[in-house]
Ligand binder design. Sequence first.
Ligand code: DC
Length: 228
Amino acid sequence: MSKIIVALDGFSSCGKSTTAKRVAAKLHYAFVDTGAMYRAVALYFHRNQVDCNDLNAIEKALEEVHITFEFNPERLASDTYLNGENVENEIRKMYISDIVSQVSAIPTVRHAMVAQQQKMGKKKGVVMDGRDVGTVVFPNAEVKIFMTADPKIRAQRRKLELMQKGEDLPIEQIVENLKIRDEIDSNRSEGPLKRADDAIDLDTSYKSMDEQVAFVLEQVRRVQHAGK
Ligand code: DC
């Protein structure tokens, strides 16, 4: 079976990364969480007080940012590394969620990340989740899924996820963060969150993770059988 690219785009907390991870494991494909890359850049900018309005400072900072993924056998998943440091936990915290959309809206940041993502998928055999994978990173991806979910359900999922990581926040604060991020992610000039014309919709509000994974795998098999 020839290898393909599977692009999973959509809003935050629709289950994109978990679905993508499981689909990749089933297909023995690589999994790339592009949101983690933008989160790592946001962490670097935060720590080094990079001014988001200073293009020189941004370009200089990006030269110092090296993001890698390494498989963690304890989690059975990849951890995100920033310049050799495991930042997987740190980048999921709320203070990063609060700034990441501002950082990821900067065109220079997007160009740098998109170039890296395109390199990672050059040989195909990759499942990539994000906002612009099917529109900008791989507009020719063989399978494109656009994931949505009821905003209340997304907020509840996010709350649970944060609690499992030791952050117990009021649901109102999470709803507000998702709303602001949706707004910034959808309206930025460069690579906005947008459904690709040829994407297949997947509303995960009332779907189990197994159902979501099965849905995506079905699309992959359909394309592979069509001999694409
Ligand atoms: O998937 P996530 O919630 O971890 O992503 C964090 C932020 O990164 C999200 O609010 C928008 C940004 N992002 C992006 O702009 N483009 C992507 N391909 C992935 C994420």
